[in-house]
Design a protein around this ligand. Structure first.
Ligand code: KG4
Ligand code: ZN
Length: 347
């Protein structure tokens, strides 16, 4: 079957056609247009700017994703309904509803985090969608940090999540404190491998707590005070060492909690997705923990770590398999009532 995925939860406008046959995912197209360069001018996401760009980009992006695929070849439309910015989400939802209605195809509402969870199954070449259960999902993005036990497709138990800032949010906020190019996460991820991670000793919040929760806002505050005390931390010479030390603190916390979850729940697969997954030291460390524990490790590949519609189509496929879709019958309230859900929880 072919699914058209649409993702507009934040500052990326994305559409994708995903083909699924005989357990094989083929990403036919995955078009992503971003207003990130514009947001960079403001040093962060301005919802009004993001929403206006969503409206401008959505039709060209969907058109490009459809390539030469005819509407009758599309079997369903999957769309992100949350969590995210209400005004950004609305553009994707309205577009998906209009297409599903015009084409008379099932509409699949998808949680953005579920997209990140299944994003490790995507690749530029056709790839098998095999997850051995139980699995553990680690979602690390700009808005979320969650550790999830995945008993089966769509069957989840929350192990832990951040109590305050998400890991990407922390990287971006600290990036702003240091006047680094936006988004800070990408800049710090790029600088870190060139520095010495033992130069600065930053806290590892909640690393030994009895649960699987995270807390990163204290780390941000500790860095703020440390950089005020030692201004040379921001110098050109020390910036790579700062980035490496900060990066290491974050990677230590994430990998320590994952290792604990692996020991206690004995998963067969680890899945990691979300924008921060692009960070090379995090990828290496998570892979190492999986290898040490003989667990299969699936980490989102380049092009599928940040927000994209192929992951929404993938999650939509698993939802469709379990009949979580709505047929756009003209008089049906259920279909018409699909709306943006900015705080939509996966679990
Ligand atoms: O998943 P995503 O694109 O959007 C959300 O759902 O939030 O994640 C965006 C986050 C941003 O905080 C950004 O700084 C971070 O991903 N990010 C990175 C890297 N590239 C983007 N963090 C660490 N290393 C990177 N290379
Ligand atoms: Zn995301």
């Amino acid at each position: 079957m072919k699914i058209l995925g649409i993702e507009t939860s934040c500052d990326e406008t994305s559409a994708s056609v995903l083909e699924v046959s005989n357990n094989l995912f083929t990403v036919k197209s995955n078009i992503i247009s971003s207003s990130q360069d514009l947001q960079a001018k403001y040093g962060g996401i301005v919802p009004e700017v993001a929403a206006r760009k969503q409206i401008e980009y959505i039709i060209p992006v969907v058109k490009e994703a459809l390539l030469d695929i005819q509407p009758e070849q599309v079997d369903a439309v999957a769309v992100t309904i949350g969590p995210g910015l209400a005004t950004s989400l609305q553009t994707g939802i309205d577009t998906a509803k209009a297409l599903a209605y015009a084409w008379q195809k099932p509409l699949i509402p998808v949680n953005h985090l579920e997209g990140h969870l299944y994003s490790p199954l995507l690749a530029d070449e056709p790839s098998e969608n095999v997850i051995q259960f139980p699995a553990i999902g680690l979602i690390v993005s700009g808005g979320h940090t969650e550790l999830i036990l995945v008993n089966n497709f769509l069957n989840y138990k929350l192990l832990g999540r951040t109590r305050d800032d998400a890991v990407g949010e922390t990287l971006d906020k600290v990036g702003r404190l240091f006047d680094l190019p936006y988004p800070g996460g990408a800049t710090i991820g790029r600088l870190a491998p060139t520095g010495n991670p033992t130069t600065y000793d930053f806290p590892r919040p909640m690393i030994d707590s009895d649960d699987y929760d995270f807390s990163f806002s204290g780390l941000k505050t500790a860095i703020l005070y440390a950089s005020k005390k030692d201004e040379s931390m921001k110098s050109e010479e020390n910036l790579p060492h700062f980035a490496a030390s900060f990066d290491k603190a974050i990677v230590d916390v994430l990998s320590h909690k994952l290792a604990k979850a692996i020991k206690n729940t004995r998963p067969k697969t680890v899945l990691m997705g979300g924008g921060v997954t692009a960070n090379p030291s995090l990828r290496n460390q998570i892979q190492k923990i999986c290898d040490d524990n003989s667990v299969s490790c699936l980490i989102a590949k380049k092009g599928f770590t940040g927000d994209n519609a192929a992951m929404i189509a993938a999650a939509g496929y698993f939802r469709y398999q379990q009949n979580y879709y709505i047929n756009p019958i003209p008089a049906d309230n259920k279909w018409q009532s699909i709306k943006a859900s900015p705080n939509f929880k996966l679990i």
